[in-house]
Design a binder for this molecule. Structure first.
Ligand SMILES: [Zn+2]
Ligand SMILES: [Zn+2]
Length: 132
């Protein structure tokens, strides 16, 4: 039977600390809906999917979002990324850190683009307030 371990809980805390998510991330992750989805994912795929790619069998400790939640510009996009089962991957802590380190190196350009898109949207929303 699947039982979430305390190490996977601290694993999530660990990723929070190191990846400096913004508040929108917590809005989705600090929910019963996420905890349930996460448990379902780990029950469905209890092994680390990254380890399996290289023929290793190790228990997954957390659930990773393939497309990071914070790449969504609108809350609806972020919600979709957070809760879409196809965007989830069972992963061990070691692989999770590796995946995020790899993402981080090519993400700074991407983050700039996302910030620019967000700012554009905000500017458009503000401008809309002044229209008749
Ligand atoms: Zn792994
Ligand atoms: Zn992750």
């Amino acid at each position: 039977m699947f039982k979430p371990s305390t190490s996977s809980v601290s694993g999530v805390t660990y990723s929070f600390r190191f990846m400096a998510k913004d508040w929108r991330y917590y809005k989705f992750i600090n929910t019963e809906r996420w905890r349930r989805l996460r448990a379902v994912q780990l029950a469905k795929q209890p092994l680390c999917e990254e380890c399996m790619k290289v023929g290793r069998y190790r228990l997954a400790e957390l659930v990773h979002h393939r497309e990071p939640i914070e790449t969504g510009v609108t809350l609806a996009e972020m919600e979709y990324l957070a809760f879409n089962a196809d965007n989830l991957e069972s992963i061990c802590k070691k692989c999770h850190t590796a995946v995020h380190n790899a993402l981080g190196s090519h993400n700074s350009q991407r983050n700039k683009e996302i910030t620019a898109r967000r700012n554009e949207q905000r500017a458009a929303a503000i401008l809309a307030l002044f229209e008749d």
